[in-house]
Design a protein around this ligand. Structure first.
Ligand code: FAD
Length: 403
């Protein structure tokens, strides 16, 4: 007799959430299973962002979850966004990152640092999912060292002129991309140590604007459905009032944007780890080898138990970081912990799930195979593992451990 009770499902972490978060998790889970999952392989092979699915997510209010109602949002917490991202990532990381980057990196900086006019101009369409926003920080020589930005913005006669390039920018070239917020050198400043350095600021570039080009999309290892482009800014002119936040505060502003976005990114990692866990349980219970389900072997059952442990730990740390954001408490270290633990859980679970699925785990039509490819970016994007370790080390007093 099989040792496994087929009706038992993995703990999905929603049991202790408040009722409206549980309701959101159920709704998004059903949408993910019924609408996103069946189409995921098609979009992955076509390498195109399914705008009809994005529009449906917009109608569900997902793109406005943490934004106030006065800007077209749902007035919910950051944890609501994390719960939604997690449920989508269970079945499709590309769809999940479109929401995570669109809101966490695209819309939230405009909400956090924007003027009333900027909020009213951009947020309602973004909150409805009718438009997408991108955040352009990374350059050829400014990735982990994001302060090494070379792109310049020069102010003259009430206009910024932007020259330079960005790379790997999510949501930057879709037919509904309405805005790209970029970091640029706007002058020179004297630091606390008396040394001169670049003054960095953040500027809103509406799309389209003459001189702005999204070059052809990258041929990526994974996240095929997510939209990622190199960007060129060739004499792009935008009005002075497109400065986002204070001039010269670009560096500290984007660090806080990254901290916050990292928590939603951690939710994506948790969802991916959970999706792999569920696929592993499913296959281990029904795949019969040597006359019995492979899950009857202690090695397989214990591998899956460890997958469950990883995802439960990652989710707990992610929830803690999200609740800190919502409480207005410091969360930089917790965001890095959540991103570090979540990404490593997702990579490990994707590898274990592939092993458990055997040869079919290596076939692209298998969701486990897609998770395996997609998970590779998770320890690199939104601050690599080493960046997270550097932030955590700094919180322990090791100020010179990174950079
Ligand atoms: C699919 C995708 C989507 C992305 N979306 C966006 C986006 O929307 N917006 C955006 O601005 N960026 C985006 N990025 C960029 C991403 O955030 C960067 O790729 C990432 O921050 C790493 O930067 P890098 O690629 O320049 O690597 P590098 O900074 O060159 O680092 C290379 C390696 O060296 C390690 N390293 C660097 N310095 C140290 C050190 N001091 N000690 C130890 N190790 C170190 C790094 O951890 C990494 O492993 C995206 C990237 C991808 C692939």
């Amino acid at each position: 007799m099989s040792l496994i009770t087929p009706t038992r499902t993995p703990v999905d972490g929603t049991e202790m959430l408040e009722p409206d978060l549980q309701e959101l998790a159920r709704t998004v889970r059903a949408f993910a299973d019924d609408v996103v999952a069946p189409a995921a392989y098609t979009y992955d092979t076509e390498r195109r962002l399914p705008l009809e699915i994005i529009a449906e997510m917009g109608r569900m209010g997902l793109f406005g979850l943490p934004l106030p109602e006065e800007y077209g949002g749902q007035g919910k917490s950051y944890l609501h966004l994390c719960v939604a991202v997690e449920q989508l990532a269970r079945v499709d990381q590309s769809i999940a990152v479109t929401l995570e980057a669109g809101l966490g990196l695209g819309a939230m900086p405009i909400y956090r640092f924007g003027t009333e006019e900027q909020r009213r101009a951009h947020l309602p369409a973004l909150a409805r999912g009718e438009a997408l926003a991108a955040f352009g920080l990374t350059e050829a020589e400014a990735g982990s060292d994001a302060g090494a930005t070379k792109t310049t913005a020069t102010l003259s006669d009430g206009w910024w002129t932007i020259n330079g390039s960005k790379q790997f920018i999510t949501n930057s070239g879709t037919p509904i991309t309405s805005v790209v917020t970029v970091t640029a050198v706007t002058g020179e400043r004297v630091g606390r140590d008396g040394r001169r350095g670049p003054e960095l600021s953040t500027i809103i570039v509406p799309v389209p604007t003459p001189g702005f080009t999204a070059l052809p999309a990258y041929d990526k290892v994974g996240w095929h459905t997510s939209d990622t482009h190199p960007l060129v800014f060739d004499g792009v002119r935008v009005p002075e009032e497109n400065l986002l936040g204070e001039r010269g505060r670009g560096f500290s502003n984007f660090l806080s944007v990254l901290d916050e976005g990292r928590v939603a990114f951690a939710a994506l990692c948790v969802g991916a780890a959970q999706g792999c866990l569920e696929q592993a349980v499913l296959h281990a219970k029904r795949r019969v080898v040597f006359g019995r389900p492979i899950g009857d072997n202690q090695h397989i059952a214990f591998t899956i138990a460890r997958m469950q442990a990883r995802v439960a730990a990652a989710r707990a740390v992610m929830h803690d970081a999200a609740r800190r954001i919502d409480a207005g408490a410091p969360f930089t270290t917790q965001a890095s912990l959540a991103k570090l633990i979540g990404s490593e859980a997702a990579v490990a679970n994707a590898s274990d799930a592939t092993q458990i699925w055997g040869g079919y785990g290596f076939m692209n039509e298998n969701p486990v195979a897609r998770h395996y490819r997609d998970a590779r970016i998770l320890t690199l994007g939104e601050g690599s593992t080493e960046v997270q370790l550097g932030i955590i080390a700094r919180s322990l007093g090791f100020d010179r451990a990174f950079g």
